[in-house]
Design a binder for this molecule. Structure first.
Ligand code: SF4
Length: 52
């Protein structure tokens, strides 16, 4: 998993806990958001609206 991973780029790069060398760690919120995005429950645009 790298910063080029679309989910990392969309979510984690806005997170104050994000560290490039800890990319194997996934918090519960990340897992939930990734699952919701994959199932089409939410859209990337909605994430961008919240995170700016
Ligand atoms: S996995 Fe969670 S805590 Fe870690 S950078 Fe992403 S959103 Fe932040």
């Amino acid at each position: 998993m790298t910063k080029k991973d679309p989910y990392i780029a969309l979510i984690c790069t806005h997170c104050e806990f994000f560290k490039e060398d800890d990319i194997d760690l996934e918090c519960a919120a990340f897992k939930v958001l990734k699952s919701m995005l994959q199932r089409g429950v939410i859209t990337p645009e909605e994430i961008k609206d919240v995170l700016g």
